[in-house]
Ligand binder design. Structure first.
Ligand SMILES: C[S@@+](CC[C@H](N)C(=O)[O-])C[C@H]1O[C@@H](n2cnc3c(N)ncnc32)[C@H](O)[C@@H]1O
Ligand SMILES: [Zn+2]
Length: 260
C-alpha cells in the first residue's frame, strides 16, 4: 500500500534521523500492511535449516542470563531449536516469524510454555500478557529492513516490551547480514553496533559489546542501582565493567559518548 508523495515522506523522516550514518537510507517505504523485505523464495522458510552460528553465540550468553522466572521473546524462530533448548529453563517463550512453515514447525513441537505467533516484526506489537520480556533475541534485526521508519518501529516495540533489567540480544554477523533479494540497499549490510547505539539511544537503550560478537541493548538505568545484579554475575568483562560504572553511580555512558 503506497500512498502520498514518497519524497515528502522521506524528507520528513530524514529530519528524525539527521546523523550522517543514516543518510541515504530510505526514510519511509510507505508500506503499512507488510513492511520489510521478503527474502528470495528459496530462503523464506528456515524451519528445516540448521541454527545459524550467530544465534548459537547468543544462546550461549542466554544460558547465563535467564532463570526459571524469565520470559524470552524470539524473533525469527527458524527451526525453533532455541525453544527446545530453553523451554525447560524459563517460564515462557514467545516465538515470532512471518513464515507459515516455521510457525507450523514450532506449533508441532507442542511445548506447553512456547507460544508461536505469525507477526511481522516491523509492525508494532503489544504483548497481550503485559508481562514484558527479560530477553529479546533477534539475530537479524536489519536483515529484512525496508526503511528507517519501520526499523525504528521495531526497535521501539522491542524497548517497550523489555522488562527493566532485560536485554535485547543480537550479533555482529547477523546484524551485518541482509537478504539476497535484488535491489536491497547495500547500506543495511553494513549495520553495526554503533548504528544500534545511535538508534537505541533515542529509546533509552544502551548498546553493549559483550564479547566482540554478541551485542546487547539494555535499558538505561539512570543514576542509582541497576537492581538484580545477581543475574549478570557470570557475564564476561565488558558487561561487568559497564555494570560497575552504573553501580557506582558514575554517569551511564553510551557507546557513542565513549567514543566521542
Ligand atoms: C535468516 S533466518 C534466521 C533464523 C534463525 N534466527 C537462525 O539464526 O537460525 C531469518 C528469520 O527471520 C524471520 N523473518 C524474516 N522477516 C521477518 C519479519 N518481517 N518479521 C518477523 N520475522 C521475520 C524468518 O522467517 C526467519 O525465521
Ligand atoms: Zn518500511
Amino acid at each position: 500500500m503506497r500512498e502520498g508523495n514518497d519524497q515528502t515522506r522521506f524528507e520528513a523522516i530524514a529530519e528524525d534521523f539527521p546523523e550522517p550514518r543514516f543518510q541515504g537510507l530510505l526514510g519511509d517505504c510507505g508500506e503499512e500492511e507488510q513492511p520489510g523485505i521478503e527474502d528470495l523464495k528459496e530462503w523464506r522458510d528456515w524451519s528445516q535449516i540448521k541454527t545459524s552460528r550467530d544465534q548459537l553465540r547468543i544462546e550461549r550468553r542466554l544460558l547465563d542470563f535467564v532463570n526459571s522466572d524469565s520470559r524470552i521473546l524470539h524473533v525469527g524462530i527458524g527451526n525453533s531449536r532455541l525453544a527446545k533448548r530453553f523451554a525447560h529453563r524459563v517460564r515462557g517463550i514467545v516465538g515470532m516469524s512471518v513464515s507459515p512453515a516455521e510457525i507450523a514447525r514450532g506449533q508441532a513441537l507442542a511445548i506447553s510454555n512456547y507460544e508461536v505467533l505469525q507477526w511481522n516484526k516491523y509492525r508494532y506489537w503489544n504483548d497481550p500478557s503485559g508481562e514484558g520480556f527479560d530477553a529479546i533475541v533477534d539475530n537479524n534485526p536489519t536483515g529484512f529492513a525496508c526503511c528507517l521508519k519501520h526499523l525504528s518501529t521495531m526497535l521501539a516495540w522491542y524497548a517497550d516490551a523489555l522488562r527493566p533489567q532485560g536485554a535485547i540480544f543480537t550479533d555482529r554477523v547477523g546484524l551485518g547480514w541482509v537478504v539476497s533479494t535484488p535491489g536491497v540497499d547495500r547500506r543495511w549490510r553494513g549495520f553495526d553496533l554503533e548504528d544500534c547505539a545511535v538508534m537505541g539511544a533515542r529509546l533509552g537503550l544502551h548498546a553493549i559489546d559483550i564479547d566482540g560478537s554478541v551485542y546487547a541493548l539494555v535499558k538505561k538505568a539512570g543514576r542509582g542501582r541497576i537492581g538484580q545484579l545477581e543475574r549478570y554475575r557470570h557475564w564476561p568483562p565488558p558487561l561487568r565493567g559497564w555494570l560497575s560504572r552504573v553501580e557506582s553511580s558514575v554517569t551511564v555512558r553510551t557507546l557513542n559518548e565513549d567514543r566521542g
